[in-house]
Design a protein. Structure first.
Length: 348
């Protein structure tokens, strides 16, 4: 008899609720915005607050280091996992601190792009400044705990990598340096998402750092810098009146768009060079399959930003940032795929 009775109402609601939460999380990760027409659950709120939609940039950097470390002498998988988690926490802390410092110095306002393409944690009322500061402190404390463990096993170089990344992350928006304001935010991102992340993770995992890994850290750093350039092109009309001299403000929009395309092209050149000098295995060349996406991005960057967004475009007034991000996601994913193939088949 029980086989033909409908399940209890609670049992029917549970799967639907789970699916609803999962779809909400996917929407936040896809758009950086709260799920449409739904209340924010705790996980969705945290994903919005931390801008988790951009965390794949760090995940790819960590994956590049991980796959280059496989099969190499001295690999400690447990230390690799700790370093990878530390990278993600560092990016989360960086996002929290950037929002906090930009509010404190008056850069982020209700009319500034940060509050237009997605809810600003403080300005939208999602969290107070004090709670945002405490959240950043907790995440940094967790990262510090990981650093202590890694330092015990790998020594002072791990500390140097971690502190370098932390100081550059803070200096990006925080007084007195405010590197973003001085046209140095873009080189900052290249150093952090390229050499510091890739080389630091590799060293933590393996315990030494050959020159090939330093060279191999360059291509993905170029892609991440292109995303920031696109974002700063979008924000240039807002930044220039505030005296925020990002590189696109310094260069002007037309030259900045050309420079961003140059960074994307340079990624492919750098991958080929890495393979040629033995810094990456030859399957990394599968990343060249992203060239059609480059052609699309190049076309978009050859024209000024449209006056109005396409229908249901989620992150307006960002435009070039989204285009560069989509290209980076495709090219970075293919690079990881190539390195994964090399790791599985032990191709050096």
């Amino acid at each position: 008899m029980s086989d033909v009775l409908p399940p209890p109402a609670d049992a029917r609601r549970a799967p639907a609720a789970t699916q609803g939460r999962l779809s909400a999380w996917v929407e936040v990760l896809r758009t950086t915005n709260p799920p449409t027409g739904r209340a924010l659950d705790p996980v969705s709120r945290w994903l919005v607050l931390t801008r988790a939609a951009v965390l794949p940039m760090t995940l790819v950097a960590g994956a590049v280091a991980t796959l280059l470390a496989v099969h190499h002498r001295g690999l400690r998988p447990e230390l690799l996992v700790l370093a990878f988690v530390g990278l993600v926490l560092a990016h989360v802390a960086n996002n929290l601190m950037n929002d906090l410092f930009d509010v404190e110095v008056g850069a982020d306002t209700h009319s500034y792009p940060r509050a237009l393409y997605a809810p600003h944690p403080v300005l939208s009322g999602m969290i107070t400044r004090g709670r945002l500061a405490r959240a950043a402190l907790v995440v940094n404390a967790l990262d510090l705990a990981i650093l202590v463990v890694l330092a015990v096993f790998r020594g002072w170089p791990v500390v140097a990598f971690a502190l370098g990344g932390f100081l550059l992350s803070v200096a990006y928006t925080a007084p007195p340096l405010r590197l973003k304001k001085r046209g140095l935010g873009e080189p900052d991102v290249f150093v952090v998402w390229g050499p510091l992340m890739v080389c630091g993770t590799y060293y933590a995992a393996v315990g030494h750092l050959p020159w090939q890994i330093v060279v191999a850290s360059v291509p993905y750093g170029l892609l991440c810098t292109a995303v920031l350039m696109g974002k700063h092109i979008d924000k240039a009309p807002f930044d220039e009146p505030l005296g925020i001299r990002t590189l696109p403000v310094v260069l002007g929009e037309r030259r900045a768009r050309a420079a961003t395309v140059g960074l994307m092209v340079a990624f492919y050149v750098a991958v080929v060079v890495c393979v040629a000098v033995g810094a990456m295995p030859w399957p990394a060349l599968v990343s060249l399959a992203a060239l059609p996406k480059l052609v699309q991005a190049w076309g978009a960057f050859s024209r000024p930003k449209p006056d109005e967004p396409p229908e249901r475009f989620p992150v307006w007034p960002l435009w070039f940032a989204a285009i560069a991000f989509v290209h980076t996601r495709r090219a970075g994913s293919l690079l990881v795929l190539g390195l994964l193939v090399a790791a599985v088949f032990d191709i050096h």
